[in-house]
Design a protein around this ligand. Structure first.
Ligand SMILES: Cc1ncc(COP(=O)(O)O)c(C=O)c1O
Length: 505
């Protein structure tokens, strides 16, 4: 937590009229400084309570136990934690997170994991099975993204990574390294405000300047603004299919064509939608083309561990050509440890996760994915139409199955509604800029009674907040604060504090 001195220092940088404005605005808590301290204290106090519910309930192990603990006890404790945690997600109260969650599916993946728990794809000689699984995962995902239907006969290829963020990091690193070779020393990427923060991480890690384009009123990227942002340092443009916050599919055909004409890369981030949009298209939903059928799309990220229904820990990054993929690879020829090469960021990797991903895709098959997508989109259609019966709320833009919900009028604080939903066990995502929350529908929400419960609870929550506005409890004041604080450094400090608490025993 930033000390009060640090906060004061930050405040002192503010131009006086701005500081005075905020002081006046917050006069009910004395001053901006006091308000920040008060909220920071509140956040800190609730963090430990929220993040460490098992303190006192289970033995704690800050050091390696002198003698090994009995396996039965270890398993019994773990079973208890599992039983405590499953209730929230199994019953369909969670936005995204657990995308399949059916017991028979999980049992099957666990069997596969048990068979392959020792596998490490780094050791291609010991585990040729891992090599087979990963090559086929990439090929299947490339096929799903129309690698066989490119106008230029492109040799689409890729790699298995640990998740969407790593796939994005790898793609951005590849563009950067190619740009360095071309003599571009200050590379830039163009993307919408709404593009996933993994691109921000890539910018941070790899020194690529981000040119963020503000979203339009329909929450998609402003294509003309993206065109205007291109300069001689631009190496890649990004489109989301769909965006995490609002579930909106950017105009990928227009953007990728602009990128192609400018001779720069174009990345479709399909981490969230990669296993929905191809099947939605087959089911007859109106979905724009987002994949390698477009000549300008040069890379994609597609998460197997979301709607691909693999266990957590895999994603696929695809490239339009083997030449581009080469910029992702790492090789070392002079190390005393031997000749070394690895395709992605990690060295040793959990082969069991690739095995489980491969097995999940085989067992689902196209038919299984079509059925799952239909169930999710049917649920989405029902929820979209039922939400119309709550006049205080509004879906943002025109999404397919991820609904960002805001309040139609400022008198209803949407974060207080979110808090009320939390009290009814719902774990939805609070978003900001603008204030809203979202629900990403998964197979958990297609279970009988879940969608009805969502609408029922939402109606009750809205009614409660209307009758009891201005609740100071819960997370609503924190969301409000995080959204409106001009001193982003303070918010950063709170986020870092959060991570510190995560690692406290
Ligand atoms: C659009 C989009 N891109 C990237 C990611 C990052 O994926 P991961 O959390 O697997 O790193 C997400 C995660 O939700 C996403 O929605």
């Amino acid at each position: 937590m930033a000390s009060i001195e640090t906060i004061s220092k930050r405040l002192s940088w503010l131009p006086k009229p701005v500081a005075r404005y905020f002081e006046k605005k917050m006069k009910n808590v004395g001053s901006v400084q006091q308000m920040i301290q008060k909220e920071s204290d509140k956040v800190e106090a609730t963090l430990e309570h929220t993040l460490k519910p098992y303190r006192g309930r289970y033995d704690s192990y800050p050091t390696i136990p002198k003698q090994g603990i009995d396996r039965e006890k270890i398993l019994a404790d773990m079973q208890q934690m599992h039983d405590d945690e499953i209730g929230t997600w199994e019953g369909g109260y969670v936005s995204g997170g657990i995308y399949n969650g059916n017991k028979d599916h999980i049992d099957f993946l666990n069997k596969v994991y048990a068979l392959q728990s020792q596998s490490n794809p780094l050791h291609t000689d010991i585990f040729p099975s891992a090599t087979k699984f990963e090559a086929e995962i990439v090929s299947m995902v490339a096929g799903m993204m129309n690698s066989a239907n490119t106008p230029d006969g492109a040799q689409v290829c890729g790699a298995v990574s640990s998740g969407g963020t790593e796939s994005i990091l790898l793609a951005m690193k590849s563009y950067r390294d190619r740009a360095y070779e071309q003599g571009i020393t200050a590379p830039e990427m163009i993307l919408c405000d709404t593009a996933h923060t993994a691109f921000d991480k890539a910018s941070h890690y790899f020194g690529i300047k981000q040119v963020r384009i503000p979203m339009r009123a329909d929450y998609g990227i402003d294509v003309e603004a993206a065109r205007r942002a291109i300069n001689r340092n631009t190496i890649v443009m990004v489109g989301s299919a769909p965006t995490f916050p609002h579930g909106i599919i950017d105009d990928i055909p227009a953007l990728s064509e602009i990128a192609r004409q400018a001779g720069i890369g174009f990345h479709t981030d399909s981490c969230l939608g990669g296993f929905i949009t191809p099947f939605a298209e087959k089911l007859g939903y109106k979905v724009p083309v987002i994949d390698f059928r477009l000549p300008g799309v040069t890379s994609m990220s597609v998460d197997t561990h979301k709607y691909g229904y693999a266990a957590k820990g895999t994603s696929v990054v695809l490239f339009r050509s083997p030449e581009l993929r080469h910029y992702m690879y790492y090789t070392a020829t002079e190390w005393p440890g031997g000749l070394y090469m690895s395709p992605t960021i990690a060295g040793s990797r959990p082969g069991a996760l690739s095995a489980a991903c491969w097995a999940a895709m085989l067992s689902m098959g196209e038919e299984g994915y079509l059925k799952a997508t239909k169930a999710i989109l049917d649920t989405a259609d029902w929820i979209r139409s039922e939400l119309k019966s709550i006049p205080e709320l509004e879906i943002m833009g025109d999404p397919l199955w991820i609904f960002a919900i805001k309040s139609r009028d400022e008198s209803l604080n949407i974060y207080e509604v979110l808090d009320q939903m939390g009290k009814k066990r719902w774990s939805l995502n609070g978003l900001h800029k603008p204030s809203c929350f979202h629900i990403a529908l998964t197979l958990r929400h297609t279970q009988p009674g879940v969608k009805e419960r969502f609408i029922f609870d939402l109606k009750e929550s809205v009614a409660y907040v209307k009758a009891n506005p201005g609740n100071k409890e819960g997370l609503a004041p924190v969301y409000g604060l995080a959204a409106t604080l001009p001193f982003r450094g303070v918010v950063t400090d709170i986020l870092k504090k959060y991570l510190d608490v995560v690692y406290k025993v």
